[in-house]
Design a binder for this molecule. Structure first.
Ligand SMILES: Cc1cc2nc3c(=O)[nH]c(=O)nc-3n(C[C@H](O)[C@H](O)[C@H](O)COP(=O)(O)OP(=O)(O)OC[C@H]3O[C@@H](n4cnc5c(N)ncnc54)[C@H](O)[C@@H]3O)c2cc1C
Length: 89
């Protein structure tokens, strides 16, 4: 069982304790879109910019799921994007 979490601030090194009875680890999200630079429109974080029907602006190239700019980053959103993508084919 978890009772507390020991945290180290990576900026100033200060250690603190946080009382908690559960831990949910989220390490952040970094889109793997380096190979798309200069090919598709990307935002400042590297997410693919699309319109509401997943079109990137490049004919025939669509994007679905978490990699899209402003995605809600939920499995159901990714699934609905995939479904819409399938309907476009
Ligand atoms: C800790 C955590 C908890 C979550 N909990 C929930 C929840 O409770 N409910 C919920 O709805 N959502 C939850 N989510 C969000 C959910 O997991 C995502 O929204 C969903 O998985 C996005 O699906 P995706 O297909 O867009 O991307 P991903 O699932 O990230 O799939 C992308 C895939 O592409 C692969 N890939 C990357 N680069 C390349 C490449 N160059 N070539 C080939 N393959 C590549 C990756 O390896 C990966 O398998 C959670 C996410 C995290 C991290």
């Amino acid at each position: 069982m978890v009772s507390q979490v020991r945290l180290r601030n990576t900026k100033d090194g200060i250690i603190s304790l946080l009382l908690a009875d559960g831990v949910f680890i989220a390490v952040g999200v970094e889109p793997e879109t380096g190979c798309l630079h200069g090919i598709l429109p990307l935002d400042e974080k590297g997410c693919i910019i699309t319109n509401e029907v997943m079109e990137t602006g490049i004919l025939g190239i669509l994007a679905a799921g978490d990699v899209r700019h402003n995605s809600a980053r939920q499995a159901i959103t990714a699934a609905l994007s995939a479904e819409r993508f399938g309907n476009l084919l």
